[in-house]
Design a protein around this ligand. Sequence first.
Ligand SMILES: Cc1cc2nc3c(=O)[nH]c(=O)nc-3n(C[C@H](O)[C@H](O)[C@H](O)COP(=O)(O)OP(=O)(O)OC[C@H]3O[C@@H](n4cnc5c(N)ncnc54)[C@H](O)[C@@H]3O)c2cc1C
Length: 356
Amino acid sequence: MKEFNFIINGGGCSGLSLAYEMEKKGILDKKKLAIIEVRKNYIRDKTWSFWKINDHDFNDCVIKTWNTLTISTKEKSNHICIKDQPYQSVDSGLFYKKINEKLSKNKNVRFFKNIDEVDKRNSIIFNSVPREKINKDEIWQHFKGIEIETEKNIFDDRKLILMDFNCDQKNSVHFFYVLPFSPKRALIETTWLSNLSGDSFFDYDIQLEKYIKSNLQIKTYKIKHTEVGKIPLYLTSSNNKENFINIGSVGGMTRLSTGYTFLNILEHSKFICNNLHDKKKLINYKQKNKYIFFDKIFLKVLKNHSELMPDIFLNLFQSNSDSVIKFLSNKSNFIDDIKVILNTKHKIKFLNSLTL
Ligand SMILES: Cc1cc2nc3c(=O)[nH]c(=O)nc-3n(C[C@H](O)[C@H](O)[C@H](O)COP(=O)(O)OP(=O)(O)OC[C@H]3O[C@@H](n4cnc5c(N)ncnc54)[C@H](O)[C@@H]3O)c2cc1C
């Protein structure tokens, strides 16, 4: 069996992002990397969106950038200018293609379907494959999105709808997310923040059709792309060891209050490549404690007072949206944190959750 200096188990977003950074830094000029990936083909399976708070290497994979976002409840809509931290969507298909093309030029990088095909004894393993059992009683962000094409110009593609709560909540948190890529094309997602028990949340197709026909008033459309997913919004145990480091979602890179993970993955990949010599740093890497702390409280309020969430989100962005975006993107300073706290409605509920 072949020996490798590094094994990346799972060549998805975080696995390929790490391989890309290793290649870019010249680490793979002399060292060997095995990537273990089960999928047969790399095709677009996700659309990764985020606020562009700093530069990244994947501008050529961006489908669209927006300078205005909308949050709506049954009563009100807020349109927020975000031109200093625009919102972007990356096409995962282009991301995979870009990285795989770069890696294919290096003979030190090889792909395998099964980890048992390689000798693991002297390698550092970076793992992005989930091992824990799914906990259905915890809170998840689960969703289905369809990219549709219309005959006529329908969408205002200058504005994305981050959250439209004008829909059935079923004692949970439910919103639609609309990314208009052009006047005739948009990705529309039905998104739930809830546990996974019970069937009542999962008639995604009916929810989407109802929203498109009733809320968006679109009668005919073609479905061009579909994506389905679930992101755990609870802390999984960190089982990093000397030569076994978790990355990506299983490495705790998901922001628990929002599900945003993509930029954290890119940052973690850079961190790993800059600190390969320091195993202790690699083992202990995690998101800042303050975000973990705030998110835990937020999720307690969400569990106990889901009916308040539309109002909380609507108001959060109303003023000081720059600070809110930095906070949600893990880039806030102390002043930003204070502004976010002051902007948050129903503070008493958050204070009570501290003691629960
Ligand atoms: C549909 C969807 C949309 C998302 N949108 C956003 C977004 O807009 N913004 C954002 O910040 N985050 C988003 N996320 C969250 C997060 O960014 C993604 O889940 C991201 O892909 C996580 O990267 P990862 O490397 O941890 O997992 P993955 O990208 O899923 O990579 C894991 C890889 O492991 C492979 N694999 C599985 N089992 C095995 C095995 N036994 N052996 C070998 N390989 C295996 C899989 O095929 C996969 O390629 C989204 C998630 C989903 C599911």
